[in-house]
Design a protein around this ligand. Structure first.
Ligand code: KG4
Ligand code: ZN
Length: 384
């Protein structure tokens, strides 16, 4: 259980759960009445807690003083949203409220630490679902206040990028980073200073969105990416050549709306029983069209930027076919590749703690009146 003062602050403003799913301004205004100055002395590295609630996973993780992951707890809400075929924001907020305290306590427990051992807190500030983010941000504020330790707000994208170094701390810079998730398909050049320069991004759907929408068309369950991945293992990827959108020569931008429409038209053109019988072949062919473009563009970015290392992060980097193609190509081109373990691909709090740890080391801190930012634009604008 969280420290008493935390519970007092948290539940003092949110006794009525409806408050959390009500208008954002109401929640923020209530909370900001408790704004308190944070400690101002330099941060002395020690265990930190990461918190992630941007979408449909409630996650907490503890990193040790040296950045090693001591625990990484993730409670998925898939069962809550499955029957709706996608995330229902209000239900997500409620589920986060119900789990956040237990998930955080379990992260502490598995790390073998007490609340008072924590020296900092990192929380996802955005982008994401406003109500979902608010739960994590307010919980982090309450904890920071109760424990009198610094906190930082972290961009979810920055967290995904940091995940490339969790298992592989010696992964070199400069490198190219491909972030492929439900909301993003972004290619960055990460300079030796750590600064990220955008090389390209999707002009329409994100790769994860293409997986999720494709799965819906194929009648598969939510979330669609893992469902297509599983089914595709039994199918033939050469059954149908779906369009691969490379855009104009040299472009590092992506477009996945065409392949989705092609799947729709293909399925509409064939009888129902054939659709079901060949579902694995369609899934494999559709998946192949998405991952081929991701791999080609990532390696094109490496070539054009002169980098010698590539990191691929985000939920879609859990895809088994994408991982296999990336590994083959990296081996044949003698390229250093960072592909985080599956637990660090999809949303997790270890990556948020890792990005937060860098921010704390750099002397950044958030005031206790920071707000969730659903549309946080730049992944590198520390909300401090
Ligand atoms: O990073 P993430 O957990 O959340 C966001 O930041 O969006 O990514 C979720 C996305 C979803 O679109 C999901 O379908 C996709 O990642 N995904 C996958 C796989 N596992 C998750 N896509 C393809 N293959 C997978 N194995
Ligand atoms: Zn994510």
């Amino acid at each position: 259980m969280a420290p008493t003062a935390t519970r007092a602050v948290l539940f003092g403003i949110s006794q009525n759960n409806a408050c959390f799913v009500g208008p954002i301004s109401l929640i923020s205004k209530d909370f900001m009445t408790t704004t308190v100055e944070q400690p101002t002395s330099a941060w002395i590295p020690g265990p930190i807690l990461g918190i992630e609630t941007s979408c449909d996973e409630t996650a907490a993780s503890v990193l040790a003083e040296d950045g090693a992951v001591l625990s990484n707890i993730i409670t998925s809400q898939h069962a809550v949203h499955q029957r709706f075929g996608g995330v229902v924001p209000e239900l997500a907020s409620r589920a986060h409220i119900e789990s956040i305290e237990n998930v955080s306590a379990e992260a502490l427990h598995q790390a073998g630490l007490a609340w008072t051992n924590l020296t900092g807190i990192a929380v996802t500030q955005g982008p994401g679902l406003a109500g979902a983010l608010l739960v994590g941000v307010n919980y982090a504020k309450a904890l920071a206040y109760a424990l009198n330790i610094p906190m930082v707000g972290v961009s979810h994208l920055e967290g995904h990028i940091a995940s490339a170094w969790l298992q592989d701390p010696a992964f070199p810079l400069p490198c190219v980073v491909l972030v492929v998730s439900g909301g993003h398909t972004h290619l960055y050049y990460k300079e030796p200073s750590g600064h990220c320069r955008l090389l390209g991004s999707t002009r329409d759907d994100a790769a994860g969105e293409a997986f999720d929408k494709g799965a819906q068309l194929l009648g598969l369950e939510y979330p669609g990416g893992p469902a297509i991945d599983r089914l595709a293992r039994q199918g033939n990827p050469d059954t149908i050549t779906f369009p691969r959108s490379y855009l104009k020569k040299g472009s590092l931008d992506f477009s996945f709306s065409g392949v989705k429409t092609a799947l729709l038209y293909t399925l509409q053109a064939i009888p129902e029983q054939f659709r079901t019988a060949r579902a694995a072949d369609f899934a494999a062919s559709y998946q192949e069209a998405i991952v081929a473009v991701l791999v080609d563009k990532a390696f094109a970015a490496v070539r054009s930027s002169g980098a010698h290392a590539l990191a691929v992060v985000g939920g879609v980097s859990a895809n088994s076919r994408l991982r296999a193609l990336l590994q083959q190509r990296a081996a044949s081109e003698d390229l250093r590749l960072s592909l985080p373990p599956l637990a660090y691909c999809t949303d997790n709090a270890a990556m948020i703690a890792a990005a937060g740890r860098q921010a704390l080391c750099a002397g950044l801190r958030a005031p206790l009146d920071i707000d969730a930012q659903a549309t946080l634009a730049s992944p590198f604008a520390q909300a401090i």
